[in-house]
Design a protein around this ligand. Structure first.
Ligand code: FNR
Length: 442
C-alpha cells in the first residue's frame, strides 16, 4: 500500500500484504457464508446520527474503547500479545486477553509491569475446567491486580470456517495449555517456535482440514451449561480415585476442582458397570450430588474477580446471566467467526440493554470500525465497545506501534463524533442521537 493508512479499515490491506494467506484468512474470515461477519459492519452503516449544534465541546471526555480477546497474536507478529498489551497500556485502554495464546498470561503481565495503567482482563474461551484447575491462571490474575474474568460462552464448538479448512490451518502451540492437554491435542500443533512463515510453510503440506477445528474438538468442553452439571460429579469422582482423599468427607473434596479432560476417562470408567469407579459412584452418589454446582456458580466460588459473560445475543440469555450473578455481559457474535446468520450485535443491543435493566453493564463487539460506530453503540445503551480484527491488522502491519495507531485512530474519530454531535462527555450521548431502521418505521 503506497500511502499511510488514515483509518483502521486501511490497516486490513497492510495486514494482507505482510501475512501468509493462511493467517490472513484466519483473522479476516468468518463462518460459512460469512453473512454475520459482513452484516456486523453494514448494520452500523445503516444507523444515522442526529447531531446537536451549539454545545460547548471544547473538552471531551471518553474512555470506552477496549481490545477484544482474539486468539494467537503471534501469527500476526512475532511479539504477539505482549506487543498488543504494551499498546493497550500506552493508550490507557483495557485489553481483554484471550487464553488461546502462544504466550502465557504471566509473559504478558510481566512485560507490562513497567506500565502501571495496564488493565488486563482474562478471557476464557469455552469452559475448560482442567485448565482452570491445574494452571494457576486464576491466582496469577488475582495477584497481578487484574479486574475481571470474561467467560466466552458462544464457542462450545468451533464455527465452520471454510477458509481455514481449505488452507488446512495450523497454529503454534498454546502456552497457556502446556502440560494440560492430552498428547493427541498437543500433536495438532506445531512444536517449533520459529517464524510464522516457516511454520506455515512446513505444516500446510499434509493432513486434511483445519487443525484448529480438530484441536477445539479435542479439548474444549461443550457441556458448559446453566444447570448443575453432571461433569462435576464425574470430575470429582475421578479426582478422588486418583488421590488418597476420603470420599466420605466433603472437606477433602478439592475446592471445585474439576479435571475436565479426565471427565471423559471417568465417563468411560462409569460406563463399565464392573469398574471400581462405577461401584463408588453408586455408593457415594448422594454425597457427590451435594458438591454438584452450576458452572458459573462454581466459577464464582474459585475467584473473587467479577465474571462477565461474552456471547450474548438474546434477552433470555441476558436475563439468565443477571440471575446467576454475572457482573456484566458482552453482546457479541464472536465477530461472525462462530454461528453464521446470528443477528448483528448492534441490532440486538437495545434488546439486551432492556433485558438487564441497568443491573449490570452491557458491552458490545462486532463490526466496530469507526469512531461513529462507537458513538452509535453507546447511544443504544452500551457502556463500552471492544474491537477485534482491526487490532490484529494493526499488529500485523507494525507491531505495538500499529496497534497504538489503530486505537488512537478510533479514539480520535470517536472524540470528533462526540464533538460534532454536541456531546462533551459519554454521559451526554443518548438514544435520541441516533436513528435506526426501526425508528424510521414508527
Ligand atoms: C476471535 N474472538 C475470540 N473471542 C474470544 O472470546 N476468545 C478468543 O480467543 C477469540 N479469538 C478470536 C480470533 C479471531 C481471529 C477473531 C476474528 C475473533 C472473537 C472476538 O473476541 C470478538 O468477539 C470479535 O473479533 C469482534 O468482532 P470484530 O471487531 O473482529 O468485528
Amino acid at each position: 500500500m503506497a500511502s499511510e493508512p488514515v483509518n483502521v479499515n486501511e490497516f486490513r490491506e497492510l495486514a494482507r500484504e505482510v501475512l501468509p494467506k493462511m493467517y490472513y484468512d484466519f483473522y479476516t474470515g468468518g463462518a460459512e457464508d460469512q453473512h454475520t461477519l459482513n452484516q456486523n459492519v453494514d448494520a452500523f452503516r445503516r444507523i444515522m446520527l442526529r447531531h446537536r449544534v451549539l454545545v460547548d465541546v471544547s473538552r471531551i471526555d471518553m474512555s470506552t474503547i477496549m481490545i477484544a480477546p482474539t486468539a494467537r497474536h503471534q501469527l500476526a507478529h512475532p511479539e504477539g500479545k505482549v506487543a498488543t498489551a504494551r499498546a493497550a497500556a500506552a493508550c490507557n485502554t483495557i485489553m481483554v486477553l484471550s487464553n488461546i495464546s502462544t504466550c502465557t498470561v504471566e509473559d504478558v503481565a510481566s512485560s507490562c509491569n513497567a506500565v502501571r495503567n495496564i488493565l488486563l482482563v482474562y478471557s476464557f474461551l469455552s469452559f475448560y475446567p482442567a485448565y482452570w484447575g491445574s494452571s494457576h491462571q486464576m491466582l496469577s490474575a488475582e495477584k497481578s491486580g487484574d479486574k475481571a474474568i470474561v467467560l466466552t460462552v458462544d464457542a462450545p464448538r468451533l464455527g465452520r470456517r471454510e477458509a481455514d479448512i481449505k488452507n488446512r490451518m495450523v497454529a503454534p502451540q498454546l502456552k497457556n495449555f502446556e502440560g494440560i492437554l492430552s498428547t493427541d491435542a498437543n500433536s495438532l500443533y506445531d512444536p517449533s517456535e520459529s517464524t510464522c512463515l516457516s511454520m506455515w510453510m512446513t505444516l500446510t503440506l499434509h493432513d486434511e482440514g483445519s487443525k484448529v477445528e480438530a484441536f477445539v474438538k479435542e479439548t474444549f468442553d461443550a457441556s458448559l451449561c446453566w444447570e448443575p452439571s453432571v461433569k462435576i460429579l464425574f470430575g470429582c469422582l475421578n479426582e478422588w480415585l486418583r488421590s488418597p482423599c476420603d470420599v466420605r468427607d466433603p472437606a477433602t473434596v478439592p475446592n471445585g476442582y474439576i479435571p475436565s479432560l479426565q471427565v471423559r476417562e471417568a465417563e468411560r470408567l462409569n460406563r463399565n458397570e464392573n469398574s471400581s469407579a462405577a461401584r463408588i459412584a453408586e455408593q457415594f452418589l448422594p454425597l457427590l450430588r451435594r458438591v454438584c454446582m452450576q458452572d458459573i456458580e462454581w466459577l464464582k466460588s474459585i475467584t473473587n474477580l467479577p465474571i462477565l459473560i461474552k456471547g450474548v445475543l438474546t434477552h433470555e440469555v441476558a436475563r439468565k446471566a443477571v440471575e446467576v450473578g454475572v457482573a456484566g455481559i458482552v453482546v457479541s457474535n464472536h465477530g461472525g467467526h462462530q454461528l453464521d446468520y446470528t443477528p448483528t450485535t448492534i441490532s440486538v443491543l437495545e434488546e439486551e440493554v432492556d433485558a438487564v435493566g441497568g443491573k449490570v453493564p452491557v458491552l458490545l463487539d462486532g463490526g466496530v470500525r469507526r469512531g461513529t460506530d462507537v458513538f452509535k453503540a453507546l447511544a443504544l445503551g452500551a457502556q463500552a465497545v471492544l474491537v477485534g480484527r482491526p487490532v490484529i491488522y494493526g499488529l500485523a502491519a507494525n507491531g505495538e506501534h500499529g496497534v497504538r495507531r489503530v486505537i488512537k485512530m478510533l479514539k480520535d474519530e470517536f472524540e470528533l463524533t462526540m464533538a460534532l454531535c454536541g456531546c462533551p462527555g459519554v454521559m451526554d450521548i443518548t438514544r435520541s442521537h441516533v436513528r435506526t431502521e426501526c425508528d424510521k418505521l414508527h
